[in-house]
Design a protein around this ligand. Sequence first.
Ligand code: SIN
Length: 533
Amino acid sequence: MEISKTDILIIGSGIAGLSLALKLKDLGDITILAKKRMFETATTLAQGGIACVMGEDDSFDFHIQDTLIAGDGLCKRETVKLVVKTAPERIKDLINWGVSFDKDPDNPQKFHLTLEGGHSKKRILHVGDYTGRVIENTLIERVLETKNIKILENHFVVKLIGDKNNSEKPSQVLGALALDLTHVKPIMFLAKVVVLCTGGAGKVYLYTSNPDTSTGDGIALAYNLGCRIANMEFIQFHPTCLYHPKAKNFLISEALRGEGAILLNAEGRRFMHKYDPVRKELAPRDIVTRAIDMELKKTGADCVYLDITHLPSDYIKKRFPYIYETCLKYGIDITSQPIPVVPAAHYLCGGIYTNLWGQTDISNLFAIGECACTGLHGANRLASNSLLEGICFAHQASLKIKEMWKKLKDQPFKEPKIKDPVIKEIKDEKVFISHNWDIIRKIMWDFVGIVRSLKMLEFAKKRLDFLKKEIEENWKGIYLDLDVMELKKIALVAELIIESAQKRLESRGTHYLVDYPEKKEEFLKDTVIIKKV
Ligand code: SIN
């Protein structure tokens, strides 16, 4: 098998992976593996923006408080403080790399700051309504012009390699076994440091705002190596994704509500005041999502509507050009028509357990961005804190890696003793694979979604246990086929979500269990799952 040696291996090419690579560029050679094309990331799809205290009426304390309130008791205060207080420095990093955030038209010396649900002040920096795309493209440009950094597209990581054989928990990561899907071959990457930046797991659900790449790969990789995984029951559903038969995962940014858009039910009536009389449409996402779910169930309608038509048409087109154009393609003119919307799986608040430097339980293995559980989001992420977490933890990890490098740089690469893998090919079984994909996503949507019950979770668990066993038996080993390899990952991640949800016998943040509708003191802690090795 081909062996490729690289000082630092970064798996994933969103804001976390790209900015980390730029921060480490002087250390040694860096390889970034992208599962598909390098820009196919959740970062690219992020519309709203990035939260940072900038306004004169704002303060770090307000941002900290808003994050803690959204997180519903489970945020780690020291993580929240760190991220909020270092945000201005990280915004400077982005600006220095070439991101140019929108300026306030009335005061061009200042940034235009917008509002989103759960924020008590305007503090979201943005570039129109395509902030993530601009950040992703700018970082990719910087990375491509940097000599020491290589991005390899169409490389899927099958497993991480530790320093012990399969039956023992490794103490150190040595690299990763990947499939080069373009040249159809396995490659063993040996690295002194491995960083997981693989994003979330929205594809586990039938409806999601996430890109196709969000299959929870990093979580499955870390779990299989023996890392702790935490808070997987906290799946954030975005309240407003476009409801249209031809639209796939198109988000209608919360920034519309920040600019005054209102929600209407199928009868054309406002309803948010019944669920959150003070914050109404700008309540945290879990509340707005459950309110929409209730209205849909009550009225039997397929969607609710988001109405921004009271704002001047020119303003809407200028402020939300991407959403305006995209909706128009589907025959909806948002300047004169309410937008049909439904909730969809959007963000994984839990993930690989990490410390303040992005370190996992295994030496030299880091996890940053959506795949990590740093304690910032608790039970529910505050809007526009995710790009921020990605770049803040890229910085944190870079500090630790630079410190470790003094020792690591002169150490030789350690070569694991593993046999060349047998790579199999899918013959005529594609329909079984797509069927299993659909079933898992439907089970998760129907029974482990916005509102859960113990009966639903038990039902989902039984179905999933059966499917997982079948998948393991039918497609044991390594296949040169992304769908089957991802299927194994989503089956495992779905299992972790169900298992975590069954452990939390209360309702908190994004986890709502009808059997236990209240919060309970005894559950004021992370739900930690440990791999039984
Ligand atoms: C949005 O624009 O509504 C998404 C922003 C986020 O998820 O933080």
